[in-house]
Design a protein around this ligand. Structure first.
Ligand SMILES: C[S@@+](CC[C@H](N)C(=O)[O-])C[C@H]1O[C@@H](n2cnc3c(N)ncnc32)[C@H](O)[C@@H]1O
Length: 474
């Protein structure tokens, strides 16, 4: 049955190189088609799909030479089959299958198309690529052998990495879209994966050199380099001095751990929480993991870590499992009996970075709803914690001090440490320590500081780590 067609302007059609399987347009063919049009010959309609990024435009799936000939003779409109849903088929492969109808792809074009399609989706089967480009499965295998090997290695590194965090195999399988059997097969091979890196480390290459050479992250290589060492030795090797008192301040974040992220916290602070409140191999739970600094520091100090965030980055942070904490329907993201030894909870500090976060984050909530969210979260965490679980809650005072001299400030919009302590206590937690871990004030420009001083405005640099445990009997 003929597909329904629609008349669309030639100018709304775009040739998108990304989904065009040929090296170029055959001008001789265009010339012949142009002659045919002038002679009144009727062509089949072109096939297009709505352009994914440019509303009102279409990208060509079939009919590049016809479309070029229409343009050459000044035709302004053409009949087109508009395909709204390719049913999961890669548009490049769909276009290739159409292209080989009148003329096979050249060797170069077939190889290039197969590689482009596979790079975009490593789940594609050679047989399916072959069908689209008019080549056998074996030929496609040979076109993409190196890409497949690199993708398998990348996958192995992800499995190794997630295994290192103690993430169970069923969750690794779900996260990577692989059968669980594949994960258990790969897991058996994992020790071999680290061999070459361990050899390079033993030869005296630095952690950062080995990370670059093998395309691993630095924290992953640290986890190999520090294997078998006690915590204190790890602190020394990492160049982190150990604080003995309850004032924890650092001039900057250690850039080796965690990604550049709004509200990034120093890995040294996480290392201190881990050192004093957990042991090696303990399980740490990070519900709002952001740039992954907790996970990275856990690698350095040999703790297991389950991380979650609404921001999903499966390629670079497969260990941060996607999870949206919905204030109206708060659920623990994992099933099973395993409970964390330590929860490290570093949420957005109310409105502090709200311009840099998605509006759906909890920094988009009103003060009442933000505090209500925290109270519900603390209660849920309490339900899912062991008797011995500790919780580190990191937050800063929020004061509405913009342009307001200190003596005129009110408490209407502010959230201070005593508000957090109150809701922690209401939800079954008892604080044991309050560490002052101030934010750096160096980021303020001198002219801003002197304007604040003139107007008698007091800024905020206070940040706290409140350590809690479950109240006795609850
Ligand atoms: C302060 S940042 C964490 C920073 C992290 N500790 C670091 O140093 O990179 C807070 C994180 O909470 C996440 N977040 C906020 N509201 C959320 C929600 N309702 N569900 C899931 N994640 C949320 C944000 O995406 C953000 O990454």
């Amino acid at each position: 049955m003929a597909k329904p067609t629609t008349k669309i302007p030639i100018s709304s059609i775009i040739l998108d190189e990304e989904i065009y399987p040929r090296k170029g347009i055959d001008q001789k063919r265009v010339g012949i088609f142009a002659e045919n049009i002038r002679d009144g010959f009727k062509f089949d309609p072109v096939e297009v799909e709505p352009h994914p990024d440019r509303p009102g435009k279409y990208r060509l799936l079939d009919g590049v030479h016809r479309w070029s000939a229409f343009k050459a003779v000044g035709v302004t409109e053409t009949a087109a089959v508009i395909i709204k849903d390719l049913d999961g088929i890669d548009p490049l492969l769909y276009a290739a299958q159409k292209a080989i109808g009148p003329r096979q792809l050249t060797e170069d074009e077939a190889r290039e198309t197969a590689r482009r399609a596979y790079s975009k989706n490593t789940g594609l089967r050679s047989a399916d690529i072959g069908k689209a480009i008019g080549r056998s499965r074996q030929t496609v295998d040979s076109y993409i052998a190196d890409l497949r090997a690199a993708s398998r290695l990348g996958q192995d590194i992800k499995i190794f990495r997630m295994g290192r965090f103690g993430i169970p195999q069923d969750r690794i399988a779900k996260r990577l879209g692989l059968p669980q059997k594949t994960i258990s097969n790969h897991s058996a091979k994992m020790p071999v994966l680290a061999n070459q890196l361990n050899i390079d480390l033993a030869r005296g290459f630095t952690v950062s050199q080995v990370a670059k050479k093998h395309n691993w992250t630095e924290p992953m290589v640290w986890s190999l380099a520090l294997e078998g060492k006690e915590d204190l030795q790890r602190f020394k090797d990492l160049g982190w001095g150990l604080r003995t008192w309850d004032l924890w301040n650092w001039n900057d974040c250690d850039r080796r751990f965690g990604d550049d992220w709004p509200g990034r916290i120093p890995s040294q602070m996480i290392a201190h929480i881990l050192y004093y409140f957990s042991d090696q191999n303990d399980l740490v739970f990070d519900p709002m993991a952001g740039g992954g600094v907790v996970a990275d520091t856990c690698l350095a100090l040999n703790r297991k870590c389950w991380s979650f965030d609404m921001d999903d980055r499966p390629d670079t942070r497969p260990e941060i499992e996607p999870c949206f904490w919905d204030v109206t329907d708060l659920k623990w993201p994992i099933k099973g009996k395993t409970k964390p030894d330590l929860i490290i909870f570093d949420p957005p500090y109310f409105k502090k970075q709200s311009n840099n976060y998605d509006p759906d984050t909890i920094s988009g909530l009103s003060k009442e709803n933000y505090l209500e969210f925290l109270e519900r979260f603390f209660s849920l965490a309490h339900l899912n914690a062991k008797k011995s679980t500790k919780m580190a809650f990191i937050n800063a005072d929020w004061r509405d001090f913009q342009s307001t001299p200190a003596k005129n400030e009110t408490r209407v919009n502010s959230i201070l440490i005593n508000d957090y302590l109150r809701i922690l206590n209401q939800s079954g937690w008892q604080e044991t320590h309050i560490f002052q871990a101030p934010l750096s004030s160096e980021r303020f420009k001198t002219n801003v500081v002197s304007a604040m001083q003139k107007k008698k405005i007091i800024g905020v640099t206070s940040r706290y780590v409140i350590m809690s445990k479950k109240k006795a009997g609850l």
